[in-house]
Design a protein around this ligand. Structure first.
Ligand code: G3P
Length: 211
């Protein structure tokens, strides 16, 4: 348990490095004061343009991947192979703990007044490592929804909602399914304001410039 907490803590410190806010500092712009007010890739694209948004994709995904890898190895330190005979794949506990820490750090960053993003890219990076097939299917769902509706938020919400079901059907590992359910709920909860705007028909469409 201690090792999982340590993995999550390191993940949190890494995840707190919210790339949209770091990139924004170079441009002298706090993206939280523009567009949707969210510290994420979509709002960076909306506010600052393509190159900064690309940097956010790379940064927010890399920190998720790094947190998972560090968590994985921390958890394995001193782990006896005979201990690996559990109903759940205990091998991935560190990976999940590190990844979850990074997502929480991204959403509530220590270095930026706890006001961060919605964790979509960081969650996606963690999912790609934990279950690459599920990750690619979710990416497909996201892209199809965005292509059809032009709502990035709806794509994120739909992909998040599908994740626990994919995990349950494809992995049959209670730990993975619990993790999937928790991170999916986090994504949906962080999209509360988007859900209100979607219902009112006032949500920002992808590609439409605002402010
Ligand atoms: O990744 C966040 C996206 O789903 C919505 O972003 O800025 O439109 O709230 P935004």
């Amino acid at each position: 348990v201690l090792k999982a907490v340590l993995a999550a803590l390191i993940g949190y410190l890494l995840g707190s490095a919210n790339t949209s806010l770091i990139v924004g500092k170079f441009y002298g712009v706090d993206v939280r004061k523009h567009g949707s007010g969210n510290a994420g890739m979509t709002n960076t694209l909306r506010t600052l343009g393509k190159l900064p948004a690309l940097l956010v994709i790379v940064g927010d995904m890399l920190k998720g991947i790094l947190a998972c890898i560090i968590g994985y190895y921390i958890f394995r330190i001193g782990l006896d192979l005979s201990e690996l005979n559990y109903a759940v794949d205990i091998n991935r506990v560190g990976l999940f703990a590190g990844g979850l820490g990074a997502i929480l750090g991204h959403n509530w960053p220590l270095y930026f007044g706890f006001r961060g993003g919605k964790g979509v890219l960081t969650t996606f990076a963690v999912v790609l490592l934990a279950g690459p097939y599920q990750g690619l299917i979710l990416l497909g769902i996201f892209l199809v929804v965005v292509a059809l509706t032009r709502y990035v938020s709806l794509g994120s919400i739909m992909a998040a909602l599908c994740f626990p079901f994919l995990a349950a059907f494809m992995e049959k590992d209670i730990l993975f399914t619990s993790f999937a359910t928790f991170v999916a709920l986090l994504v949906v909860i962080r999209h509360r304001s988007n859900i209100v705007r979607l219902c009112k028909g006032t949500e920002n469409k992808f590609g439409a410039k605002k402010e």
